[in-house]
Design a protein around this ligand. Structure first.
Ligand code: NAP
Length: 684
């Protein structure tokens, strides 16, 4: 018996009673779910997200949101077997599930960990350095990022109902925006189950996640300039959404991931017998058959040097013959069916179009179901199809028509420049992979192709074992592409999070910027000096606390001693004539490392205390040479504090400025230390 899918709206599960659409199993066509969004009040849902979900998420810090994402990932991990079982009816094999279910959960883990590591334990991000904007130093500027105050509407494609949903959900929630997610109808039953588990976990605040099963209705009519519309699917639907009058009039942020005629290019050096030739054939066959080719990153166009075309065709054909197609639940099956018979009709129609530019050299896409083994006849099975386009320079549809199934077109090229020009005919793609072990070939192809792609993968014998392959973007790398692939949005990683935030320039006095950003800006007054900050734990340190050290003269003896002791006898420190000949130095000068070491000697408080470790310097610059006889002094200021992953420690960023006797800055840098927290100190 099929299930009527529920939507999750206004923190309640809603059952539709009208307008139900049957969703067939990809394996045997039986109805597995019935779907409709009739009766949903999209205006109320958007309002609920903005007024209930958004404030609740914004009240959490990035670290707290990241913690929730991690807990959701753990919750789903414990229950993923049920999702695998459900996913078989979409046509997914065990390997396909690894991408969709495990990959989706992995994305949550990745954002959680990146959020904890790289975002502050705050509700906003300070982006970049504070810039002085006036001569007297009383007026400065800095950028901050804050979450948009709207709702993130996610419209997803059918092919990865779990991964596709979670790779959008994770950055939005981490940024602090509530989500309304709309899965594609064909596989909505998997997405519904994932949302059901997330809701059941109780880990997201009320209003933070709503689910629309069925069509998007008039949802877009209710969006405004604080909302984000993020779409994955075909170029046709994308154009409709981008040009929706409300989306245009209200300047709704729009992100699209769509059709992509991804390419794989075999280098001219990768002749038969080389590891790169074999890797190429294996990867093209894999990309054609994983998820039955219904992957946004699948290789659609296969470019090979003309002299290698016959050899590639033979090797590829034999590999495709070995890809067992069948019921995805069975062991040994490498390729399942397409998601539905209507999708198969669409793929066949696209093959017909491509065949205007090319001939079919492997597969029989138009043979009836009778040509399939009996158990597969009721499903949406389609064996891999390889086409060959003999004159790709004059072809058009072969470069711009995406058959979203196990279909690729082989195209010969004569020169590397021609290969680049041919790939570019795809009008912008998510990913291209280049198979070569030759430096010049790699150089020509990679820099020729980069402008047309969000990601370029270079495969050779050195990385093949550990490479994640053509089709697997890691969650923290760019996923998206220019032109046809969506428009060049740089999704993935923290940029994906920042897409849900507004970047705002703040201007004001250094004191005001310090107070607002919780990061000390040069020129801000220091709190009254108390005990040395090295004697106080993380929690009692105040931003802006400053130590001004006593001066120290640097002698020639110091420099020579340092040189002998460290072995750094570079001429600028040891040879007066050679140093003078150098355009930067008046004569022998102190080592930069000597200045750093002496600076530490001036500012540290040596007793055991809460400062546990120095773990690095950022933004180090030596600005003026220090000559023998010069005097240096150091100003050390608490610049920023950041809670660490573990509760016992916190990271303290110190602003360090080293001056000479004329008050000129000779060096500046940020020093990072790990400091014990008060709780830890109290417990010990
Ligand atoms: P699609 O037909 O364009 O549908 C995508 C989504 O849009 C579905 O949720 C669909 O809902 C919804 N939709 C359709 N018409 C709409 C409208 N007028 N208003 C609002 N929403 C609407 O694409 P698909 O067949 O699901 O997916 C296959 C395509 O996705 C391929 O072209 C593939 O290249 C692309 N894709 C791209 C990426 C990428 O990252 N670039 C990733 C995956 C897939 P219903 O299902 O309810 O109609």
């Amino acid at each position: 018996m099929s299930t009527v899918l529920q939507s999750y709206a206004l923190d309640q599960w809603m059952t539709p009673t009208a307008g139900l659409t049957d969703v067939p199993s990809a394996i045997d066509g039986r109805v597995v779910a019935r779907v409709s969004s009739a009766g949903l009040d999209f205006r109320a849902m958007a309002h609920h997200a903005r007024t209930v979900g958004a404030p609740a998420l914004r009240a959490l810090t990035f670290h707290e949101r990241a913690e929730r994402l991690k807990s959701i990932a753990l919750y789903l991990t414990d229950r993923k077997a049920a999702l695998y079982a459900l996913s078989a009816d979409t046509g997914a094999t065990k390997t396909d599930n690894l991408i969709d279910i495990d990959g989706g959960i992995g994305t949550l883990f990745a954002y959680a960990s990146r959020g904890k590591r790289e975002l502050p334990s705050e509700r906003f991000v300070v982006d970049g350095m504070t810039e002085p904007l006036s001569k007297g130093g009383t007026f400065s500027g800095v950028h901050v990022l804050t979450p948009l105050a709207g709702v993130a509407v996610h419209v997803n494609a059918f092919n990865f109902p779990c991964w596709g949903m979670l790779e959008k959900l994770a950055p939005a929630i981490l940024a602090g925006m509530p989500v309304m997610t709309k899965p594609a109808t064909a596989t909505a039953y998997v997405a519904e189950s994932v949302v059901r588990l997330i809701v059941e976990s109780g880990l997201l605040p009320a209003g933070a996640l709503q689910l629309v099963c069925g069509s998007a209705g008039d949802l877009l009519d209710h969006l405004n300039g604080q909302d984000v519309l993020s779409f994955t699917g075909s170029i046709e639907t994308s154009s409709k959404l981008r040009n929706h009058p409300v989306v245009t009039a209200n300047a709704v942020r729009f992100i699209a991931e769509r059709d992509s005629l991804n390419a794989a290019v075999l280098g001219t050096d990768a002749v038969e017998g080389t590891p790169e030739f074999d890797l190429f054939v294996k990867e093209v066959a894999r990309e054609m058959t994983v998820k039955a080719g219904q992957k946004c990153t699948a290789i659609r166009r296969v470019f090979v040097p003309r002299a290698l075309e016959a050899a590639v065709t033979t090797a590829l054909t034999s590999r495709l013959d070995g890809a067992t197609m069948g019921d995805p639940r069975q062991d040994g099956v490498r390729m399942g069916p397409l998601v539905s018979r209507s999708q198969r009709d669409d793929v066949r129609a696209k093959i017909r179009e491509i065949a205007r530019d090319a001939e079919i050299v492997h597969g029989a896409p138009f043979a009836g179901d009778d040509s399939l083994p009996e158990p597969l006849r009721a499903g949406a099975f389609l064996a891999p199809v390889l086409l060959r386009c003999a004159a790709p320079m004059t072809a058009t549809v072969a470069h711009t028509t995406e058959a979203f199934g196990p279909v690729a077109t082989l195209m010969p090229y004569d020169t590397l420049d021609e290969a680049v020009a041919l790939v570019a005919k795809g009008e912008g793609s998510l990913v291209a992979s280049v198979f070569t072990h030759d430096d010049a070939v790699a150089d020509a192809l990679v820099f020729g192709l980069a402008a047309f792609h969000g990601r370029v993968l270079v495969v050779d014998r050195d990385c093949a074992k550990e490479s994640t392959g053509h089709g697997s973007p890691l969650p923290m790398l760019v996923h998206g592409g220019p032109g046809r692939a969506g428009g060049g949005e740089e999704l993935g990683g923290l940029r994906g999070v920042y897409h849900y935030m507004q970047r705002t320039a703040l201007q004001g006095s250094p004191r005001r910027l310090t107070q607002l950003t919780r990061r000390w800006a040069r020129g801000a007054p220091a709190p009254a000096e108390g005990a040395h900050p090295f004697t106080r734990d993380y929690d009692t340190l105040e931003i802006g606390e400053t130590v001004m050290t006593a001066p120290r003269v640097i002698t020639l003896e110091d420099i020579e001693h340092f040189a002998r002791f460290t072995g750094d006898t570079f001429y600028a420190h040891m040879n007066e004539a050679a140093a003078k000949a150098n355009p930067f130095f008046p004569g022998r000068v102190a080592h930069g490392y000597l200045i750093l070491s002496f600076a530490a000697g001036l500012f540290v408080q040596p007793d055991p205390g809460p400062v546990l470790a120095n773990y690095g310097l950022d933004h180090l610059r030596f600005l003026k040479p220090v000559s023998p006889g010069d005097t240096i002094a150091v100003r050390l200021t608490v610049k920023q504090k950041r809670a660490a992953k573990v509760p016992e420690y916190g990271e303290v960023r110190w602003d360090v400025e080293v001056f000479n006797q004329a008050g000129e800055t000779v060096a500046q840098y940020d020093l990072l230390t790990m400091n014990a927290r008060r709780l830890a100190a109290a417990a010990s």
